[in-house]
Design a binder for this molecule. Structure first.
Ligand SMILES: Cc1cc2nc3c(=O)[nH]c(=O)nc-3n(C[C@H](O)[C@H](O)[C@H](O)COP(=O)(O)O)c2cc1C
Length: 182
């Protein structure tokens, strides 16, 4: 089973990317977590919904990686109470052509880390709404890691009990993946 992970942060020291690394450590046998690293290369979306035309290579890359994945795990920062523009822009691209986009029916889980006291829960709620509108199957699991900088050690290991909550989200996501019919 293959899970595509996307960090909504472009920062090299991103806490959200660290959270995805922690999820990679927890992946059960037979489950591969693969991170999409091309977010910064995705150009601004032009707004053509049903006939988006030739796609830029970075967008094709993202679409192909989503199509090849059984599920998506997205860790989003919160900027001014919402989703980072780069992440929303990428999702707007792959929401087209509407309604038959690569996200339709794809199981997706949303988590997030923030240095603030609420763990970026507004951004996660926004992201769940956006994914739902694209047709993705958003799972219920939730992890809003508040004051996230306090919960990783120097090796990047996530502290208890947050590690357990992360693994519960991963379990909920994997349970949502339907086996492909032979
Ligand atoms: C422009 C900007 C706006 C922010 N707004 C919020 C916010 O609304 N809520 C919040 O919890 N943190 C906010 N933060 C702090 C982020 O949670 C913090 O920078 C976090 O480390 C970003 O995630 P990252 O480490 O994955 O890059 C903001 C940060 C920036 C740069």
């Amino acid at each position: 089973m293959r899970v595509l992970t996307i960090s909504g942060s472009l920062r090299p020291d991103s806490l959200n990317t660290l959270l995805l690394r922690a999820a990679e450590e927890q992946a059960p046998a037979g489950v591969q977590l693969v991170r999409f690293t091309g977010l910064a290369a995705i150009p601004p979306f032009h707004g053509e919904r049903s006939d988006p035309g030739e796609r830029p290579a970075p967008v094709r890359e993202l679409s192909e990686q989503i199509a090849a994945a059984d599920a998506l795990l997205i860790a989003t920062p919160e900027y001014n109470g919402s989703i980072p523009g780069v992440l929303k822009n990428a999702l707007d691209w792959v929401s087209t052509p509407f309604p038959d986009n690569v996200l339709r029916g794809k199981p997706a889980a949303v988590i997030g880390a923030s240095t603030g006291g609420y763990g970026g829960m507004w951004a996660q709620a926004e992201l769940r709404k956006v994914l739902g509108l694209t047709g993705a199957r958003v799972v219920n699991g939730d992890l809003s890691l508040a004051r996230a900088h306090e919960h990783f050690d120097e090796a990047g290991t996530l502290a208890a009990p947050h590690d357990t909550r992360l693994s519960e989200v991963l379990d909920a996501l994997l349970a949502e993946v339907q086996p492909v019919a032979a």
